[in-house]
Design a protein around this ligand. Structure first.
Ligand code: CMC
Length: 432
């Protein structure tokens, strides 16, 4: 029975028939439209939504976003509070298990992750096989996927203990793989994890340690990186999370699903945007060139990278926190000269009708690249940092997916626009 208040009445003008469709949580079930058909032999109505701009693919309790108001919450906790008071590993636990850990749970979680940071020695071998100039995201994507071959039991996705073990392994090993991809490009020896260090300090050690006995990162830098990881940890049904869920819906192991997420994140419209922002700022070169650049954007010849978002029609709350983090990092490293251009660009864009009307504001990628560059990361590494931060979110969403009884293998419909029933003409006749 449909509650009359929570329903939609529609008339199919092709047949004159009336239908009542149930509304649940502000959505209609796409499957209900299939009941609307001109005759019994015809397929029913389907919905056409390229880019899923208005289609919910799942129910999720992981992350809440109100794009109009600029609100982001993980499991109900505001991102501002998590960034200020929590740690990345605590946030990872929160995302995955739905609640903040007790003292014992936290210590156990940190211990488990710390002791799974090492990878099989053979991983070194295949990482060395990449070309000297291989993009680290390509290396990360391949090596995360390859982990499934080291842990074949990971395809037993129905076993909760097994899932937990793979989740721990993946969060633990992502920094190792990311750091080794970086060292490979530099022609430097790989640095093994140091289990005496925190998650972020260990990552910095694997990136930058040379001959010293142990690497001591500046605590302000380690903290800033930890905050950046927190800010990137989840963002509900974005492109890469959708990729993880879509691939995971085939019930493949979590390493293969996360490799799909890394692949999606690699693209310049998603995680690759922070790299593109730096290139853009460098190309603009100085404040005097900003008006010409903005004109190019308005003429459709350029895109203002790091601006605009599918969901946020207000200032991205993560961009606000990152802008503040810039100050802490630049106190240690000195100011990035591109900051001046970025700030001026933001000021001009936020006053310009083109951006105001389209509600285009700075997103998470606008300022993060400036920090990463100040921390001595080359632009190719920026998306790797995003991927390390996003891993708990991908895994939380994957875990939710595999336990959701309503989920099925992802398989959208299409509107076929090609030819039908064309007789094949053999080559001799076609080429005669
Ligand atoms: N510069 C100039 N115009 C823009 C921009 C931009 N950065 N973003 C959107 N627009 C325009 C777009 O041309 C369109 O104009 P019109 O209505 O005249 O055709 C209008 O604004 C709506 O844009 P859209 O392309 O329909 O929006 P979308 O939701 O499909 O795309 C987006 C969202 C993030 C891909 C897009 O804003 C963009 O390309 N931004 C630059 C890349 C970027 O910074 N990406 C990082 C996103 S945040 C981190 C992440 O998710 O990875």
């Amino acid at each position: 029975m449909t509650d009359a208040d929570q329903s939609l009445s529609v008339r199919d003008n092709r047949t004159g028939k009336d239908y009542t469709l149930e509304i649940t949580d502000g959505t209609l079930r796409a499957a209900d439209f299939a009941k609307i058909r001109t005759d019994e032999d015809e397929p029913g109505l389907a919905l056409y939504d390229p880019g899923f701009t208005n289609t919910a693919s799942c129910r999720s309790a992981v992350t809440f976003i109100d794009g109009e108001k600029g609100i982001l919450e993980y499991r109900g906790y505001p991102i501002e509070q998590l960034a200020e008071k929590s740690t990345f590993l605590e946030v990872a636990y929160l995302l995955i298990y739905g609640e903040l850990p007790s003292k014992e749970q936290y210590e156990q979680w940190v211990h488990e992750i710390t002791y799974h940071t090492f990878v099989h020695e053979n991983v070194k071998g295949f990482m060395h096989g990449f070309r000297y100039d291989a993009h680290p995201m390509g290396m990360l994507m391949a090596s995360v996927g390859a982990l499934s071959t080291f842990y074949p039991e990971s395809n037993d996705i129905k076993d909760a203990d097994n899932r937990h073990l793979q989740i721990v392994r993946m969060i633990a090993k992502m920094p190792t793989l990311g750091a080794w991809a970086f060292r490979h490009a530099q022609g430097k020896p790989f640095v093994y994890p140091d289990n005496e260090l925190s998650y972020t300090e260990n990552f910095l050690s694997m990136l930058f340690r040379m001959s010293e006995q142990s690497y001591a990162a500046d605590p302000r830098i380690a903290k800033a990186l930890d905050v950046l990881f927190i800010l990137h940890a989840d963002h509900e049904q974005n492109c890469s999370t959708n990729a993880v869920r879509s691939v995971g819906s085939s019930q493949v192991d979590p390493y293969s699903s996360v490799a799909a997420g890394v692949a999606a994140l690699y693209g310049p419209l998603h995680g690759g945007a922070n790299e593109a922002v730096l290139k853009m700022l460098r190309r603009i070169g100085s404040k005097e060139n900003i008006p010409d650049f903005i004109q190019g954007v308005k003429d459709g010849d350029e895109r203002l990278m790091g601006f605009g978002h599918r969901v946020y029609k207000n200032y991205d709350p993560r961009a606000k926190i990152i802008k503040k983090a810039c100050d802490d990092v630049f106190e240690v490293t000195g100011v990035n000269p591109l900051l001046e251009i970025a700030q001026e660009l933001e000021k001009i864009a936020l006053e310009d009708d083109y951006f105001v009307q389209r509600k285009l504001y700075p997103n998470v990628d606008f300022y993060s690249g400036l920090i990463y560059e100040a921390l001595s990361f080359p632009p190719e590494m920026f998306t790797v940092l995003f991927a390390i931060g996003r891993t708990p979110g991908w895994l939380a969403q994957w875990l939710e997916l595999v336990q959701d009884k309503e989920q099925k293998i992802a398989r959208p419909k299409q509107i076929y626009t090609g030819d039908r029933t064309v007789d094949f003409v053999p080559r001799e006749e076609r080429w005669a």
